[in-house]
Design a protein around this ligand. Structure first.
Ligand code: ZN
Length: 87
């Protein structure tokens, strides 16, 4: 896994740190260099950027707020998000 800088990625919605684009074999996935939040890897860099930015400012933020309202910690939410977005 190689990390490369990508200025088009928005900052992490959890901790505000800069996100990095990682290459997993032939897939690209954005990950936060600080707290480890990540978006699902995609086959192209552009799709991975879009997936992270969309997730960073819509689904993730909403999911964390929702989970915190239900009494879960941010860490628990992050672990759950690694397995898939809760419905
Ligand atoms: Zn982060």
């Amino acid at each position: 896994m190689a990390a490369v800088s990508d200025g088009s990625l928005k900052n992490c919605p959890f901790c505000g740190a800069r996100a990095e684009m990682c290459v997993y074999g032939r897939a690209y996935g954005a990950v936060c260099g600080s707290c480890g939040a990540e978006a699902m890897p995609r086959p192209s860099r552009g799709e991975a950027v879009a997936a992270w930015n969309r997730r960073a400012y819509e689904k993730l933020e909403e999911a964390v707020l929702d989970w915190q309202l239900r009494g879960y910690s941010k860490a628990e939410c992050l672990r759950a998000l690694e397995r898939g977005m809760p419905e």
